[in-house]
Design a protein around this ligand. Sequence first.
Ligand code: PLP
Length: 447
Amino acid sequence: QLKQWQHKDAAHHLHPFTNQADINKKGTRVISHAEGAYIYEADGHKLLDGMSGLWCCNLGYTQPKINQAIAEQLQELPYYNTFFQCTHPRATELAEAISHRAPAHMNRVFYTNSGSEANDSAIRMIHRYWDALGQPQRKAIIARENAYHGSTIGGASLGGMEFMHKQFSPLQDIHHIAQPYWYGANADISPDEFGLQAARELEKKIQELGENNVAAFFAEPIQGAGGVIIPPDTYWPEIQRICDQYGVLLVVDEVIFGFGRTGHWFASECYQLTPDFIVFAKAVTNGFQPLGGLLISDRVGKALLSHTDDLAHGFTYSGHPVACAAALATLDILSEGYIDKVRNELSQAMQDYWLALGEHPLVGQARCKGFVGALELVKDKSSRERFDKNGKAGTLCRDASLQSGLVMRATGDTMIIAPPFILDRSDVKDLTEKAWQALDITLKQLS
Ligand code: PLP
């Protein structure tokens, strides 16, 4: 049957973020089922999922309470919309439940189906906010190089990945500044000095564009798909200062880090930020249903509500009842101690085991925060020289990792993990042993 699936897939399925030549050469990997923190390929190969799917199944794959909530909702009200003054119980309960877990100044939720749509929606809301304030000229948006904010036109324009921009025509008036990537910059200054310098690029860009033209700054608290770039401690306080000083809206894309990844409900809390928007998706439903959205600050909410015409924006499935039911169950389970578990047990286990991978001859830097980690693969540890063909070492290591029974992701030559919170300390040890094995295999292949 595996061959049949691969054959049908090759004939009819256009895959996202996949090189078709690789499919033709190697065939697709068919994941047929999952249990707990493990996924199984159709040929029976068992893998510890170090990436929680695409950073979304933070509670693993076996959560009967979420399944039950979905099944019950399908019986009670399988669909209704939230347009034209309508709502339904789950959409209202979830908006309250998310607001209660958000920073105190954020009390309103707008629903989308995905993180990409949520970022697009943020752009629309930002325009409407500045209209309400009588400053419609504020249209320029600043985001960061190498960021991923989704695949819709808006999301991909906000993103700062060059290989994506080459494939379409990005929106005008979106500008990018460097990411706070101290290790990658190989700078001759301390991380703290580097963090300040990187943050001040925002100030320079605002001044260059004219402070009265800049609408918002978009960033992830920690850049995820860009390589788990954990900013130096000085970075975020300076960014917050600059946004406050110039009245620029701060949009924190927490599609990856929201709902516990840093050991806080939102990473904005971890970095003591006061965003105007928090963008969420993925783990809000544990990945069991598609749902995304925006958490909106009170000042932005007030301005948006001050308009007298309709908000001409929304989706057929904004606040889909089944997705909202899945999210409510997910939040209930996360509330059973998982956020504390990430902040204490799991982040400590990462410090103890994951950081030790920095001793491997192939690893220039191992870093982690909460329950996310990265490894920089280098040819020379002291000079941080990379391997010749950027990305090759990462691809080899990703494949070697699968051989060792672990899913790790490669971004260029940076290896990434974001495992499910259901693991415990001994599982983290096991995971890092598998990663070490993968590094050994990769080293042999490269030498
Ligand atoms: N924003 C960030 C930070 C993401 O990592 C992603 C997806 O990985 C998105 C937005 C897009 O979310 P979606 O794939 O749900 O559209």
